[in-house]
Design a protein around this ligand. Structure first.
Ligand code: 6PG
Length: 252
């Protein structure tokens, strides 16, 4: 398939929805999660999803927790797109946020929650998660996991997951999860890598607030900069990309 055709397919499979505000965005995200979970479990008996961290997705997780019976949670496997190198009870823990907002409030078996171990040595935690992905998805060498859904946010610097501008993990092509040194925070983060993000069946971005409008304006503008921002490199080859933006982030 030519590069032009691939690009055309990716553009065709990219959808952008502008919601009135963060509350509307959270409702739309919860609806899409629920729709996809029920559809995928009905057809394949299991739903694999990678959760986004940061603050924006929390309200969507809380909405999902309000309808615990809507989704057969025993058929759902939860992974994480990135994690801060802190223990689960630390206020910065993405797992801690998801547990409080969702996982402790729905009947999901604990063995179905695959968290990144932020409390471990970063390199060891990255390696451990890489192995966990390979064993759960029963991958042979060179194969990639295919998530049914990967939820992502975006920072005002155009980072996504913990793939920050100028960081080493941007160049990773073999490992599925790594520890990534983030200069601006002077600390490591744990993150899934682009090969995993770009092998998903669906990627759903949740982007809210005026701080994100500059980057959104550029990447959706008439002359988008060529891969200036890490978020621009998330382009599932054979999958759908859904951008949920609130008006403030869309600049409208
Ligand atoms: C994290 C995230 C990160 C996040 C963006 C946006 O651990 O911080 O996974 O990629 O999605 O930084 O964060 P907000 O939603 O808080 O704006």
């Amino acid at each position: 398939m030519s590069e032009a055709t691939t690009t055309a397919n990716i553009e065709k499979a990219t959808e952008k929805k502008i919601l009135a505000d963060a509350a509307e965005l959270s409702r739309a995200a919860a609806e899409e999660f629920s729709r996809l979970a029920q559809q995928t479990i009905a057809s394949r008996g299991q739903f694999t999803v990678s959760l986004a961290g940061g603050s924006t997705p929390r309200a969507a997780y809380e909405i999902l927790a309000q309808q615990p019976k809507e989704i057969p949670w025993d058929k759902v496997h939860i992974f994480f797109g990135d994690e801060r190198c802190v223990p689960p009870e630390h206020p910065d823990s993405n797992y801690g946020m998801a547990r409080a907002a969702l996982l402790s409030r729905v009947p999901i078996p604990s063995q179905n929650v695959h968290r990144m171990r932020g409390e471990l040595d970063p390199a060891a935690a990255g390696e451990q998660y890489d192995q966990e992905l390979r064993s759960f998805f029963r991958l042979r060498p060179g194969e990639l996991p295919r998530f049914d859904l990967i939820m992502l946010g975006m920072g005002d610097d155009g980072h996504t997951a913990s793939l920050f501008p100028g960081s080493d993990a941007l160049k990773e092509t073999l490992r599925l999860a790594v520890a990534n040194w983030v200069e601006k925070f002077h600390q490591h983060r744990l993150t899934l890598t682009f090969p995993v993000l770009n092998n998903a069946a669906e990627v759903m971005f949740l982007v809210a607030g005026p701080a994100k409008a500059k980057v959104i304006g550029e990447i959706f503008g008439a002359n988008p900069p060529r891969e200036r921002y890490p978020v621009q490199r998330v382009k599932p080859k054979v999958g759908r990309t859904l951008w949920l933006l609130d008006r403030a982030a869309a600049g409208s």
